[in-house]
Design a protein around this ligand. Structure first.
Ligand code: SAM
Length: 237
């Protein structure tokens, strides 16, 4: 799978994508990440990518033209499987089913906004989807793009060492549907500062362990994320 990122801060991605699972997947050729500098699609001396908002007000807005030109040259063919995504606080909330859905794409181009945001014509006439990673405002789309790439990349076949580890994870239900939280995990020592790991996990009884994990996952979900159980109920009804 190929990821493209369009940003005015290409150096930002040196850190987050050069470690761990994503870096290993890139080395083994399962995915590639190409970072593009939006200023490469400007033609004035100052490589201007932003301008003042119509109607007045604070801050600057990223101009439509360099973004349209960049997207049209990076992804000239816009068929199913090749998607342009605008990272935006106003977008649909990104979740595990969305990550699963996007992991089926061949190519994703992620547009990172900055300042007050991006000329709305990009959301209206260029992007296939507008995605938010949470109900808070970041200073730029770069962190959000890195989050989307990481969440999608780890779902690609062959990226995780043990493929099962993506199956039994938080938010992961059957057939790409939303699921409950993962169960709690423990490792050595069995007793730490007087707190013991659940005995059943040391029992070697795989059936008992499987049942305990299912129960513990549901209990933790009910305690910390009852909203997930509600959403799952609605999705099943
Ligand atoms: N004025 C915008 C608003 O209130 O919705 C916020 C703009 S924000 C300071 C600048 C850029 O950061 C946005 O264009 C977007 O690309 C990115 N951004 C901010 N919050 C985000 C979020 N929750 N998810 C994804 N991207 C976000």
């Amino acid at each position: 799978m190929k990821f493209h990122v369009l940003t005015i801060f290409p150096e930002f991605f040196r850190g987050p994508l050069e470690h761990g699972v994503v870096a290993r997947a890139a080395e083994s050729g399962i995915l590639s990440v190409q970072v593009h500098n939006l200023r490469d699609w400007t033609f004035d001396r100052h490589k201007t990518v932003d301008d003042r908002p119509f109607g007045g007000g604070e801050g600057m807005v990223l101009k439509a033209e360099p973004i349209f030109l960049a997207v049209e040259s990076i992804l000239p063919e816009r068929e199913a499987g090749r998607k342009v995504i605008l990272l935006s606080a106003q977008g649909r909330l990104f979740d595990q089913p969305a990550a699963k859905r996007l992991s089926g794409c061949e190519e994703l181009l992620l547009i990172c906004g900055r300042y007050e945001g991006v000329d709305e014509r990009v959301a209206e006439h260029l992007a296939d989807e507008e995605i938010s990673i949470g109900d808070y405002v970041l200073s730029g789309g770069e962190l959000a793009a890195a989050v989307v790439i990481d969440a999608v990349a780890r779902l690609l076949p062959g990226v995780l060492g043990n493929e099962d580890s993506a199956v039994f994870e938080s938010f992961t239900g059957e057939d790409g549907q939303l699921g409950v939280l993962d169960c709690p995990h423990y490792t050595r020592p069995a007793e730490f500062r007087g707190w013991s790991a659940p005995e059943v996990l040391l029992s070697g009884n795989h059936e008992e362990i499987r049942r305990w994990r299912g129960r513990a996952a549901r209990e933790k979900t009910a305690r910390l994320r009852p909203d997930l159980l509600e959403k799952m109920k609605v999705a099943q009804s």
